[in-house]
Design a protein around this ligand. Sequence first.
Ligand code: GDP
Ligand code: MN
Length: 432
Amino acid sequence: MASPAAAQAWKLLRDLVLRPPLLAVRSQAVQLTPRRWLNLQEYQSKKLMSDHGVRVQRFFVADTAKEALEAAKKLNAKEFVLKAQILAGGRGKGVFSSGLKGGVHLTKDPQVVGQLAKQMIGYNLATKQTAKEGVKVNKVMVAEALDISRETYLAILMDRSYNGPVLVGSPQGGVDIEEVAASNPELIFKEQIDIMEGIKDSQAQRMAENLGFLGPLKNQAADQIKKLYNLFLKIDATQVEVNPFGETPEGQVVCFDAKINFDDNAEFRQKDIFAMDDKSENEPIENEAAKYDLKYIGLDGNIACFVNGAGLAMATCDIIFLNGGKPANFLDLGGGVKESQVYQAFKLLTADPKVEAILVNIFGGIVNCAIIANGITKACRELELKVPLVVRLEGTNVHEAQNILNNSGLPITSAIDLEDAAKKSVACVAKK
Ligand code: GDP
Ligand code: MN
């Protein structure tokens, strides 16, 4: 893609809609889902893990520097590891807006835990996986540090190309696994699991061996892998990622980091887990959009985009950039659409003062274009829309939809295809 801004926008969209990044590199088919996947903080994931017999370090969570200091004293450990809790990875190499470098710190002194926590809590932590300005840290984890003699990578994923769960592992852990997948694909090992039969001992053993666990550590690692798999199934996870899945010089296999994503369709039977959803990292407008089953992504351009489906969002993003424009935001309608949602969508899109034009790009498959057209005309009238509106509809009931728009008497520019729509909306903005 052409500009860094375009790449950044596309990455935001990609992160929102793609399956775990490792698979984006490894499998040919890019996998899209129209739903947001619940993410938990590390401390929440580790609590679930320890409840299921998976070995994690002893830890406390703190909201203030004082609590962090007290936590360190209570832990009564030889060494402590202090970790900023944000949903993005790469914290170890991140930088805080306070100037502090590193979202993960080791120290033997409880006082230092307090001092470091002071430079973490309330500040933004920027990592490779966050936007430039980073994410505000509200909590830190204070854990008993353990020596690590070897770092491996382990993940369990629900993978559509295998129609089920897959174990993914690499003896080269701790680091950015996407890089390992790109430079040393032979160091990535996979085990496809039959969801009806469950994980076999031989599979857990083979993975433990591929990860390089030797002697008694091999059985221990295999046991941890089986426990992680059972947890994965029981909690309806789509991903359990442990990086590093490490070993200590004392001969223990420990999950040093934890990232769990959940299948949002399982919310009805995982109420306790979904109640832990930490929305503090969302923009208020994202939470507002979620109330109407809409997905909002803020960007920094001036063309508001109203689309259905993540793939179409990315295509729209690309084509706007290619025509010299910049998206201000995206609102994704998803599948089953109601007229009232269209109205809410317009309200949210136009709430952003940067917006100088709106581009509607809807492909009617399940979505009925006539419902969209009615929603658009209603929204235009009731919100007294002040900015130019370019509409491209295609698919189910498109002719009726076009009649509705044409007969509305509203100043709506219709476009014949996506290219045309992008050109017309970029032209609207250029005129201003
Ligand atoms: P991430 O950077 O967000 O993935 O955070 P991690 O929890 O993976 O921590 C980053 C790195 O810090 C790990 O890869 C380890 O090398 C190191 N680390 C984390 N916890 C400990 C610990 O208890 N002991 C030691 N020695 N290193 C740790
Ligand atoms: Mn990690």
